[in-house]
Design a protein around this ligand. Structure first.
Ligand code: UDP
Ligand code: MN
Length: 258
């Protein structure tokens, strides 16, 4: 018997979306007992994501939640200005609390909740590590925060501080990809969510601070010495020649899904 891992992924339409989701989907196909919760940042579910999920062979839930315009990063804004994927992750949490609510008097389903952005790179081993999360488990994240890696520092089996390049005094100076939470904790703390108004770098803390203390964190990946997830970012493809051809009426066929 394996606890289910619920993976919440915010995603939004752009040229690389299908490539990102294909890569993610094919990683998740190697993971048993995984339930993918995909939350589109869009006014409605798109055909691209609907078809991809249908054909994936994964157990999934498809949701959407449009980020309000004033909360969204505008073209040209520096990427640190506003947090991304906040309302989508909260929508995933809302669905879990409604759909996986334990019947009165019962403990409910055993499970784990993980927030997986669509552009990161995930080792299959990471899911083995998080499978038995009791409250909140943690591990290193590679290529993040202007560092080779960030990680919790473990002494005597406990997290005692964090290796990070920036504001280690934050309650939980960890990237979104660096922790998982038990489903039970999510269900028994119905108010815990991500605060989109939290100051830069405090989004993860806004969710975790009501759920767990540093002392209770469960270090995984060999006492946080192995990097099993990377905060990779995908380059925006250049469309210089596409635009030039389009101007002559010779652009790529819009009927071909990319
Ligand atoms: N995202 C979104 N809407 C947006 C921008 C991003 O739903 O307007 C999603 C994106 O697909 C990803 C997550 O939010 O899963 C984090 O975004 P991104 O990877 O751009 O953030 P960064 O890596 O720069 O922190
Ligand atoms: Mn990213």
């Amino acid at each position: 018997f394996l606890p289910t891992i619920f993976v919440i992924t915010p995603t939004y339409a752009r040229l690389v979306q299908k490539a990102e989701l294909t890569r993610l989907m094919q990683t998740f196909l190697h993971v048993p007992q995984l339930h993918w919760i995909v939350v589109e940042d869009s006014p409605r579910k798109t055909a691209l994501v609907t078809d991809l999920l249908k054909k994936s062979g994964l157990v999934y839930t498809h949701l959407h939640f449009l980020t309000a315009k004033d909360r969204k990063l505008q073209e040209g804004d520096p990427s640190w200005l506003k947090p991304r994927g906040v309302e989508q992750r909260n929508e995933g949490l809302r669905w879990l609390r409604e759909d996986r609510r334990a019947p009165p008097g019962e403990d409910g389903q055993q499970g784990v909740v993980y927030f997986a952005d669509d552009d990161n790179t995930y080792s299959v081993q990471l899911f083995t590590e998080m499978r038995n999360t009791q409250r909140v488990s943690v591990w290193p994240v590679g290529l993040v925060g202007g560092m080779k890696y960030e990680r919790p520092v473990v002494e005597g089996g406990k997290v005692v501080r964090f290796h990070t390049g920036w504001r280690p005094s934050r309650p939980f100076p960890m990237d979104m990809a660096g922790f998982a939470v038990s489903l039970r904790l999510v269900l028994t703390n119905p108010e815990a969510c991500f605060d989109g108004e939290a100051p830069m770098g405090f989004l993860e803390s806004s969710f975790l601070k009501g759920l767990v203390t540093m002392d209770e964190l469960e270090p995984k990946a060999d006492d946080c010495t192995k990097v099993l997830v990377w905060h990779t970012r995908t380059e925006k493809p250049k469309m210089k020649r596409e635009d030039a051809l389009q101007a002559q009426g010779l652009g790529s066929d819009p009927a071909v899904e990319v």
